[in-house]
Design a protein around this ligand. Structure first.
Ligand code: ADP
Ligand code: MG
Length: 293
């Protein structure tokens, strides 16, 4: 192989908004046959907004928003940012939690106004032995059927309501998925979000294979599983919770708009956070290596 051709490929990549950690990355890019796409922030914008407030009987909307917003203000998760911003907008200044703990891929808990508060996936309730609420469960199901991500809110051992947030598919995602398919890559959607929302996003962009409700610690295992099927896997992600999967993949691809942790774990970065640049990277690697051979 002539290093010159590889370096030309590297330079052309930079022009296309694709940064690679070294010329050898083009070789792994060329071999990839499966591309795992994180949902939030990769296929979707990740800029979520508060879409629905669903209090349980006897709970006020403002109280639900004020307490949940206060706790989520301490978290950096896109779901949390949407809830904190929506709450601040609707109810004004929020109290400061006196304690806070983040549970990656699950939610948050802490103390706000002397109440022990939980906000997160319904699975968190079971862990705290909090009984579900039929009305709130119905609101969650309705929000998910509409393609939104819903989280439950509980304090002092009782479910107090649910909040739902909306995210939008990036304008170029469907086109990028179609082009990746034409290049012979099978797309797989991977997310910690619930299966109903995940399937809706997958349908919107043309992905058939969906792996949902995966905890951050298990994302790398999903990539390893695909490799175990004999596949050569690219993983595209933007979050801290994608870093291990990016490292596990044959080719780790980070969104340049994502977290530094993801970018550091990746072999290749899509500077503008646009999946069409991944298409360019694959085409470039094939062209460059054809020149060399
Ligand atoms: P993704 O794989 O889509 O990036 P995560 O694994 O980070 O998602 O989160 C999965 C799910 O966990 C979210 O959809 C949400 O239901 C829940 N969750 C995570 N963090 C929070 C939080 N701070 N507040 C509420 N829910 C959360
Ligand atoms: Mg993400």
């Amino acid at each position: 192989a002539t290093p010159t051709a590889l370096l030309v490929g590297t330079g052309r990549g930079a022009q296309l908004g694709v940064l690679i950690t070294g010329p050898e990355v083009l070789e792994s890019t060329r071999r990839v046959d499966t591309i795992v796409l994180d949902k939030t922030g990769t296929v979707t914008s990740g800029r979520m907004s508060l879409a629905g407030v669903h209090p349980a009987d006897g709970v006020g909307e403002a109280e639900l928003l004020r307490l949940a917003g206060a706790l989520e203000h301490a978290s950096e998760h896109p779901v949390a940012a949407a809830i904190a911003a929506g709450a601040a907008e609707r109810v004004g200044p929020l109290p400061t939690p006196s304690s806070f703990e983040n549970r990656p891929g699950l939610g948050v808990h802490g103390v706000v106004d002397d109440r022990l508060l939980l906000v997160g996936r319904p699975a968190l309730l079971g862990e705290w032995a909090i009984r579900p609420d039929a009305g709130v469960a119905a609101s969650v199901a309705e929000a998910e059927a509409a393609g939104r991500t819903a989280v439950v809110v509980a304090w002092d051992g009782v479910v107090r309501g649910a909040l739902s947030v909306a995210d939008a598919v990036k304008p170029t995602s469907a086109d990028a998925v179609a082009r990746l398919r034409r290049l012979g890559l099978e797309p797989v959607l991977l997310t910690g979000d619930n299966a109903t929302v995940a399937r809706q996003v997958a349908a919107e962009v043309g992905i058939d294979r969906v792996v949902a409700e995966v905890l951050p610690a298990d994302k790398a295992g999903v990539v390893a599983g695909l490799q175990g099927e004999g596949r050569t896997v690219a993983m595209v992600g933007d979050g801290v919770n994608d870093a291990a999967a990016l490292a596990q993949a044959d080719l780790g691809v980070a969104m340049g708009t994502g977290s530094d942790v993801a970018i550091e774990a990746a072999d290749l970065t899509l500077v503008r956070g646009d999946l069409l640049a991944a298409v360019d990277a694959v085409r470039l690697s094939r062209r460059t290596l054809r020149v060399i051979r």
